[in-house]
Design a protein around this ligand. Structure first.
Ligand SMILES: [Zn+2]
Length: 278
């Protein structure tokens, strides 16, 4: 019986059989995996509480002919602040749903693990400022936007934000459009009403470009520096709520178009984030 250990973020959890769970995780060493947690729903199961959604966990797995089995799981990071806040939870649910839908099983890129872990860590740290000030919407929504743009970049769907996707000319700071169909910005000279394009402002382009990955973010170390740097930017960022919302709308449309599937978490996150704090 061969076993292996890995750290991973739980991205999916479904009932399986009488008392078991079918789990999905994005792991540091093996990328996206699927595994069964046998008897995990029994009251006294040793895995109880260690296989919750968006947990960061150290897992011990047993190789199986058809599917691997989770033999042990110890929580590395619970992100308890996110769990006690509905808005932050809805952001976390959206992220794991995207990770699940965007990435095929067995796809391995350690940077995606860090993207999940660091974004969850950032959201967890927002709970206190939210409780104290009642408004951290911009930081939270911008963190989700960062997550979406990084995920698009890391999976080969990065939107084109520098050149017109129709004619290839450099985008100028004037009236521009975003084409979901073509996956990028279209200059005014190529605007065509029939093709479902959305107006995109200079502020929106600037915000989206902040999180775009460059050619030098390829290795894991360089990527970690980039994401740490991006979260530092978010902390200091002064941007209108409306600009963030419009960017999120565009990216959501682009994501659903790219994977040809509805993402339930988008609507849930939108509903949760417009509820006013008491
Ligand atoms: Zn053009």
């Amino acid at each position: 019986m061969s076993t292996y250990k890995t750290e991973g973020i739980i991205i999916k959890r479904e009932n399986f059989g009488e008392a078991s769970l079918m789990m999905g995780a994005y792991t540091k060493e093996y990328g996206k995996i699927r595994a069964v947690a046998r008897s995990a729903r029994k009251k006294k199961g040793k895995l109880k509480g260690h296989l919750e959604l968006f947990l960061d966990t150290e897992m011990m797995l047993i190789h199986g002919r058809n599917i691997d089995t989770i033999a042990g799981s110890i929580t590395a990071e619970n992100f308890s602040q996110i769990r006690s806040n509905l808005k932050l939870s809805s952001a976390a649910y959206l992220m794991i749903e995207l990770a699940d839908k965007f990435i095929t099983e067995g796809y391995r890129d350690e940077r995606i693990f860090w993207l999940l872990k660091k974004t969850l860590g950032f959201l967890d740290g927002l709970a206190v400022p939210i409780a104290e000030t009642g408004h951290c919407f911009v930081s939270m929504a911008t963190a989700v936007l960062l997550f979406q743009i990084h995920l698009l970049n890391l999976t080969g769907f990065s939107p084109e934000l520098n050149r017109c996707v129709v004619c290839g000319k450099t985008i100028k700071p004037r009236k521009n459009y975003f084409s979901v169909l073509k996956g990028g910005i279209v200059g005014e000279e190529c605007f065509n009403k029939e093709r479902n394009m959305r107006l995109i402002s200079v502020e929106m382009i600037k915000l989206l470009r902040l999180f775009q990955l460059g050619k030098n973010n390829f290795d894991v170390r360089a990527y970690q520096n980039k994401i740490n740097h991006d979260f530092q930017i978010i902390k200091k960022l002064r941007v209108d709520k409306e600009v963030v919302e419009k960017c999120a709308f565009l990216m959501n449309e682009f994501i659903e178009f790219s994977i040809e599937e509805k993402v339930r978490g988008i609507e849930f996150f939108r509903e949760m984030s417009i509820i006013k704090e008491e």
